[in-house]
Design a protein around this ligand. Structure first.
Ligand code: MG
Length: 376
């Protein structure tokens, strides 16, 4: 089998609120086609137009290659070999950031092709399948008020979620208010539902403030504190993580095993959260898990986009020896809720089933794709 084309399709909903931390308002979908009629799908949670330009651009020289050009004519089943070729071909362009984001979407599409070609769900190609369902945590933006927070958490608990994460929004502006919002969430969740707090970079590099908040969250029984600091504030991360018992989570901004290694070794975090559509794809997420596991650090993939990232993360979670949670974005955007035909619903036990069809096990809804295409 040979790759015949790599397409990068930019999607954007009619009105985008650029002020909120909701990355499911636009998308970059990757389609990798083959001469045997199998097409793989992937997506990238990044700057869609820039990633699309990188996928399409012609080669400049040996270490500023064309992604599309690197792939056309190659065997799509050699996923790791193509990962290395893409990485080496883009060294000049960026060993972190956009270049790795683009590789991530292509890597997911290649795994989809491989699964479809071999008639197996992707998880069966990744290792020993340890579970057919993963406990979901509802992931939503933190509302501005305690009333709205209570209402949202109550609604999600009633829907059957056994874990809920609230993030970004006003967090970081006022420590006392942050604790009030977390308290409201915890009270509405009740004793049987885990509550996680994602500060969304809110404390900058201010370790003392974050330590104060973290101690209060710890007393409330919050499951983890995520991204309290800017991603390069490793010293603040280490100071906080060394000081408090509540687990500190981070890593959605980091890419490759080398980036995550720095976060672990310098930042002392307890949980890393590689995003499969950014960190280097399914291939690199598993390498990140291996590195984190050796250092006693837990891996819980970040996932906020469409059914494509949900499916890709579920296949990864299916093979990890321990998979505490599947992040389950509850944003009511058309990209999150309708882009894939398979909606991967929450089941009665608070889990989401790992898709069982060959490949990722999700297909694009062509009508939704057409309606959201920017270049249509
Ligand atoms: Mg986060």
């Amino acid at each position: 089998m040979k790759i015949t084309d790599v397409e990068a399709i930019v999607l954007r909903q009619a009105a985008v609120d650029e002020g909120i931390a909701d990355g499911s308002q636009d998308d970059l979908v990757i389609l990798v086609s083959t001469d045997e009629g199998i097409t793989g799908i992937g997506e990238v949670d990044s700057a869609p137009d820039v990633v699309a330009a990188l996928v399409r651009q012609p080669a400049s020289h040996a270490v500023a290659q064309s992604l599309r050009g690197t792939l056309i004519g190659r065997d799509p089943l050699d996923v790791e070999g193509l990962w290395d070729a893409m990485y080496r071909g883009l060294i000049y362009v960026g060993r972190r950031g956009i270049a790795i984001h683009a590789i991530s979407g292509i890597d997911i599409a290649l795994w989809d092709i491989k699964g479809k070609a071999l008639g197996k769900p992707v998880c069966e190609l990744l290792g020993t399948v340890r579970r057919d369902r993963v406990r979901a945590y509802a992931s939503l933006l933190m509302p501005d008020t305690v009333e709205e927070t209570s209402e949202r958490v109550t609604g999600l608990r009633e829907q059957g979620f056994t874990a809920i994460k609230l993030g970004w929004g006003p967090l970081g502006e006022d420590s006392a208010h942050d604790v009030q919002l977390a308290t409201a969430a915890k009270e509405a969740a009740g004793p049987d539902v885990d509550v996680l707090i994602d500060a969304g970079l809110g404390y900058g590099d201010d370790a003392r403030t974050a330590i104060g908040v973290a101690r209060e969250l710890e007393a409330l029984g919050i499951g983890w504190l995520e991204e309290p600091f800017l991603p390069d504030a490793y010293e603040a991360y280490a100071e906080l993580a060394d000081e408090v018992d509540i687990p500190i989570a981070a890593g959605e901004q980091d890419v490759t095993r080398w980036g995550i290694r720095e976060l672990i070794e310098r930042g002392h975090v307890d949980v890393v959260q590689p995003d499969v559509t950014r960190c280097g794809g399914i291939t690199e997420t598993l390498r990140i898990w291996e590195l984190a596991d050796e250092r006693g650090v837990e891996t819980v993939p970040h996932a906020w986009k469409s059914g494509i990232i949900k499916a890709a993360s579920l296949h990864v979670n299916a093979v990890l020896p321990e998979a505490r949670y599947q992040e389950y974005c509850v944003a009511e955007t058309p990209i999150n809720t309708t882009l894939t035909v398979q909606r991967l619903p929450l089941e009665a036990d608070g889990c989401v089933a790992v898709p069982t069809a060959p490949g990722l096990g999700v297909e694009l809804d062509e009508d939704v794709l057409a309606s959201l295409r920017v270049d249509a």
